[in-house]
Design a protein around this ligand. Structure first.
Ligand code: SF4
Length: 305
């Protein structure tokens, strides 16, 4: 909870639709407990060693592919998601494609244990379920592509390639990337182009002044932003120390980065619970150097890869 990216969500009751999702989780747990206590089902499981589990670390391809499927059994591999993307979002299809890709790789991990699942499922906290048959050929091809991507990246790093040169910034990939604030490739791409229209906009600029506020929590930073979000001059971002951290001691002139912001109808930015504002001086420099990735799991956590 001390990390800036996590502390925003420290209070679950402020999450969107928290009580709805909580009720759904309770209902699912009750239904599961009833199924488990069914004597006929218990008898059918006794004597057989079920292949399956939750969050077990599985490896395949000599340990080079690794992952923890949320849940699997002899027939089904299931990935739980807090929410499915709104179909109206430009990146919705790409996000769901990423989920299926994850399930293809999990199927390989399970398949190498000796029994391929037949069905892949995505289950959202809302209760919505997406289901597809597992295509073994497509899964094997996905795993081959992941391993060759890993090899290519390690070869480039070993040859002294700058890590930022390996990145492929793009509107869809960067828009869902948790590394946005620290990624040099992303900010260079924004500066060189016309600042992408992200669903949760990002911008950088200069701190003009701070309004410290009255209650010890709420305050405002007045910033001059570059690019499309800075048109119209200095703008005020209302922040909360308990959600966004305390920037009240930043000197005027500090370089700030705003990520996962909210767009107002007038094109200016607003900070919501997802928004992070960083003083550039506090951001670590990202350097991969020549340290190789050991498995494709970490590599595939980067949505642009
Ligand atoms: S997707 Fe790649 S280029 Fe974009 S912010 Fe993430 S790491 Fe950087």
């Amino acid at each position: 909870m001390r990390h800036r990216l996590d502390s925003r969500f420290a209070n679950p009751e402020r999450w969107p639709a928290y009580y709805l999702v909580r009720q759904r989780a309770i209902a699912s747990a009750v239904a599961k407990a009833v199924r488990r206590s069914d004597p006929q089902r218990r008898r059918s499981q006794e004597g057989s060693t079920p292949l399956g589990g939750s969050e077990h670390l599985l490896t395949a391809r000599s340990g080079r592919l690794a992952g923890r499927p949320d849940q699997f059994d002899r027939n089904t591999v299931t990935e739980y998601k807090s929410a499915l993307p709104d179909p109206d979002w430009a990146e919705a299809a790409s996000i769901v494609d990423g989920y299926w890709r994850q399930l293809r790789l999990y199927s390989v991990l399970i398949g190498e244990m000796g029994s391929w699942p037949t069905t892949a499922r995505i289950v959202a906290a809302s209760g919505q379920v997406l289901e597809e048959p597992v295509n073994r050929t497509a899964c094997e091809a996905e795993a081959d592509a992941a391993i060759s991507g890993l090899d290519a990246m390690n070869r480039a790093l070993s040859a002294g390639c700058d890590s930022a040169a390996l990145a492929s910034p793009g509107q869809v990939a960067c828009g869902q990337c948790p590394y946005l604030a620290i990624c040099p490739a992303f900010w260079s791409w924004c500066e060189a182009g016309s600042w992408p229209e992200l669903r949760e906009p990002a911008a950088c600029g200069t701190l003009v002044s701070v309004d410290p506020g009255m209650d010890g929590d709420l305050y405002a930073v007045n910033v001059s932003l570059k690019g499309r979000h800075g048109v119209g001059g200095v703008q005020s971002l209302a922040l909360s120390k308990s959600v966004h951290g305390d920037l009240t001691s930043c000197p005027s002139g500090s370089a700030l980065r705003v990520v996962f912001a909210n767009l107002r109808p007038d094109g200016r930015l607003r900070a919501d619970i997802s928004t992070c504002v960083f003083n550039e001086a506090d951001i670590s420099e990202l350097r991969c150097g020549s340290i190789p990735f050991h498995s494709a799991e970490k590599l595939l956590a980067l949505p642009g890869v």
